[in-house]
Design a protein around this ligand. Structure first.
Ligand code: NAI
Length: 347
């Protein structure tokens, strides 16, 4: 199949070409640097399928334009699919595939890195030592051992982080509408979200972005959290309300914030903007806090994960070509979370 691969970086190209060759698939991969969106959709002309990433816009108008170009399906190089209008895709008869699991360890380990770095202020210590400043004042951390970690969403990544934090001696609390027996084997315990937010020293978000989880961590939720809580988000930016989190940081309710994702990251992440004036005032404000550590959606970015993403993407394309449906399809029903993320409603 001829496939337009949007938002291509050098590393995508290297891994996709290798996976295409290793599988003997013979797809004609057309690598395009621009994001997919209304202004770029015409670049897909002549392609049978489109391969998209997290900040590509795959909404109804874009899908309709792709359909008019006779594109047969979409394969995502991501686990999350919040950027795709699955209802529209279904109505247009355009199957959507994703990479349901590539390396949950990559993301969980990155969340752990954010937790450790924020706690022990490694980002500040690094800068100080390079300046010849060996003062310890301001670098005080706490033992993770004996602290309570609250994991919201115990799918593949949440469980991987639960295992890591259990290894540090943390008490693990969790919230998920679909409890996993594995969490209890690790020694964790499901509690209502309200209890998790009230008791956890560290809250780490691992649920998908759905209409129900959008702004789940808002001002009301933050007000119920432990003073000085550490909040970690490696899921999707809009699970937290950025303005509310900034207020929470200003008043000290949030003691630490670690982000790998950001609500408006589409205009920022994955690009070198170091020579430009930052236009996003909320993001600029976040960067002023000493207790905020932000990475640019790199939690997935390990060798193992890139290889697995490429292999699954080629497998999705093979299945789309042969049977009309990607190997790992995602349908509209999956975008509708089973139950709302309301405090106390889930176990
Ligand atoms: P998964 O599908 O294995 O697990 C998601 C879990 O969230 C499921 O157990 C589900 O029941 C639960 N969930 C759904 N609604 C919930 C709610 N309202 N409250 C609490 N839990 C809820 O997904 P996986 O692989 O663990 O990934 C989780 C998320 O991490 C993805 O949806 C994606 O947005 C994000 N992600 C981020 C990456 C990064 O590089 N920063 C890379 C990969 C994924």
């Amino acid at each position: 199949m001829r496939v337009s691969v949007f938002s291509t970086k050098r590393y995508d190209r290297v891994h996709l070409e290798a996976a295409n060759a290793a599988a003997g698939a013979g797809h004609e991969l057309v690598f395009l640097e621009p994001h997919l969106g209304p202004d770029t959709v015409s670049l897909a002309a002549g392609s049978d399928a489109v391969c998209a990433f997290v900040n590509d816009v795959v909404d109804r108008p874009v899908l309709a334009a792709l359909h008019a170009l006779r594109v047969r399906g979409i394969v995502l190089r991501s686990a999350g699919y919040n950027n795709v209008d699955l209802v529209a895709a279904g109505e247009l008869g355009m199957p959507v595939g994703r990479v349901p699991a590539y390396s949950p360890h990559a993301v969980a380990e990155h969340a752990a890195a954010l937790i450790l770095s924020l706690n022990r202020k490694i980002h500040r210590a690094y800068a100080r030592v390079r300046e010849g400043n060996f003062e310890l004042d301001g670098l005080l951390g706490f033992d993770l051992h004996g602290r309570t970690a609250g994991i919201v969403g115990t799918g593949k990544i949440g469980l991987a982080l639960a295992r890591i934090l259990a290894g540090f001696g943390c008490t693990i609390l969790a919230s998920d509408p679909f409890p996993s027996a594995e969490l209890e084997r690790i020694g964790g315990r499901y509690v209502p979200l309200a209890d998790l937010l009230a008791c956890a020293d560290i809250v780490s978000l691992h649920c998908p972005l759905t209409p129900q989880t959008r702004h789940a961590i808002d001002a009301a939720a933050i007000a119920t959290m432990k003073p000085g809580v550490m909040l970690i988000n490696t899921s999707r930016g809009a699970v937290i309300d950025t303005a509310a989190v900034i207020d929470g940081l200003k008043c000290g309710r949030i003691g630490y914030l670690g982000l790998d994702v950001y609500e408006e990251e589409g205009d920022l992440f994955f690009e070198d903007l170091s020579g430009q004036v930052l236009q996003d005032d909320a993001f600029a404000r976040l960067l002023t806090f000493p207790n905020v550590l932000i990475t640019g959606h790199q939690a997935f970015f390990t060798e193992e994960a890139l290889r697995a993403i490429a292999e699954t993407t080629i497998a999705n394309l093979n299945a789309l070509e042969q049977g009309g449906i990607p190997l790992h399809p995602v349908r509209a029903e999956q975008a509708l979370a089973p139950r709302p993320l309301s405090a106390g409603a889930d176990r």
